[in-house]
Design a protein around this ligand. Structure first.
Ligand SMILES: [Fe+2]
Length: 426
């Protein structure tokens, strides 16, 4: 996508969706700190607009910071960290700033020469950067909205998708080499590059993500009280956190209940479990006599076709017409075995969408990694502090959820829309 018309439409569509998510929340609550892990919703909006100003006005065109929005600049003087101490952002001032930035961006867009010798403009890269950033923050906002306890949030529920044909519980993937990383993605992030050949040994992988029903069996089998199911770090986390079930799960009169977006309901048994930490996923896998897949195994199962090579998505290359639960058209994962036509060439289902899937891999650079266009996106997070998640969730936009996309999180985090599937050596 590098034409002005398409870029303009995509920017406007993203903003409409951002505003749509915030619309049901009264202004007085947009500045609330719902959780220590999440920024106030109004901060996300200010941050999205400021990122857009930084890349599409200041870095791309050499503009000076926009005058007249001191309140927003003030809020960013020392970015994250001590957000509780930041001056309160007023929603109307923040919306005015976001609209001001956007108006200037669209004015500049009319005059951009996409063939200019500027790497930021190559195939519209910098617009992809700003668009994906806003779409990723929509998912962050949904995490905050799911945690809110003031009233109920109107959740969306698109029609239930078609069922895929039944299949075995696990699928065998032959050993061999394949290409890991983004091969033909103009808007890929630096951490998805450089694509390189990787060998995986033969393995088995769950055809679908682990369900609430299966996870409840682990809970009811005293999985949270059985140290041998847990790694040392996982057991320490379990004790410190006093975790006894996925986040949002509570014992009610009728068994397990979950509370999210202010709604209380039994966890639907056939839905992929979500809101589990890496440690809980790892413990379940051990309990089940399995393990988590590596990110290379995940990407091979999702995107590699022995005959045709690499796909953008499990079901093929095309961008639209995706067969997956993406883009928050429903505010929950879909029952496992959904999405006929969404199977990967290997026969796995729901690799993309529904829940982010924890892998056993640390977030490390691929060989030949070059930070671009700024080190704070990925480079500063490489190491053994974060684990990689793959596949996107119901809250992830299809533009972001390509098969090579790498997400990373601290293994203790569970406010994110994360679940998992298990693997096993063959
Ligand atoms: Fe951000």
């Amino acid at each position: 996508m590098d034409s002005r018309v398409e870029i303009r439409a995509a920017l406007e569509e993203a903003r409409t969706a951002t505003e749509g998510l915030l619309e049901p929340v009264p202004d007085a609550e947009l500045g609330a700190h719902v959780s220590s892990l999440q920024s106030p919703l109004v901060w996300d909006l200010a941050h999205v607009a400021r990122f857009e100003e930084l890349w599409l006005l200041r870095n791309l065109h050499g503009h000076e910071p926009i005058a007249g929005h001191e309140e927003v600049y003030q809020a960013f003087r020392d970015e994250r960290g001590a957000q509780a101490d930041l001056p309160k952002l007023r929603p109307e001032a923040t919306r005015a700033y976001a609209a001001d930035v956007r108006e200037r961006v669209l004015r500049e867009l009319d005059h951009i020469d996409f063939d200019a010798p500027n790497p930021l403009l190559r195939k519209g890269f910098v617009f992809g950067l700003v668009l994906q950033h806003e779409l990723q923050h929509q998912e962050t906002m949904l995490q905050t909205l799911a945690l809110r306890t003031d009233g109920t949030y109107p959740v969306r529920n698109a029609d239930p998708p078609d069922r895929a044909a039944d299949g075995p519980d696990q699928i065998k993937i032959d050993g061999g080499s394949f290409i890991l990383g983004a091969t033909d993605e103009p808007w890929a992030y630096d951490n998805e590059l450089v694509p390189h050949e990787v060998e995986t040994r033969p393995f088995l992988i769950d055809r679908a993500p682990v369900t609430n029903r299966a996870f409840a069996e682990f809970v009811d089998d005293n999985g949270y009280g059985t140290p041998r199911c847990w790694s040392a770090a996982g057991w320490e986390w379990r004790q410190t956190e006093d975790a006894s079930a996925p986040l949002h799960w509570e014992r009610g009169n009728r068994g397990w209940e979950r509370v999210r977006f202010g709604h209380r309901e039994p966890p639907p048994p056939d839905e992929p479990v979500q809101h589990v930490s890496f440690f809980e996923a790892e413990a379940f896998a051990r309990w089940a006599g399995k393990r988590l897949p590596t990110e290379a195994e995940w990407e091979r199962a999702a995107t590699w076709d022995e005959r045709r090579g690499k796909s953008r998505y499990p079901w093929g290359r095309e961008f639209m017409g995706y067969e997956a639960n993406l883009g928050h058209t429903r505010f929950s994962p879909a029952p496992v075995g959904s999405y006929a036509g969404g199977e990967s060439p290997t026969g796995c289902v729901q690799l993309t969408g529904d829940v982010w899937e924890w892998t056993s891999s640390y977030f490390q650079p691929y060989p030949g990694f070059l930070s671009y266009p700024y080190p704070e996106y990925s480079e500063v997070f490489f190491g053994e502090e974060y684990r990689v998640l793959r596949g996107g969730s119901w809250a992830t936009d299809p533009l972001v959820a390509r098969g090579s996309f790498r997400n990373w999180e601290h293994p203790s985090r569970r406010q994110i829309f994360a679940g998992f599937r298990c693997a096993k050596d063959a």
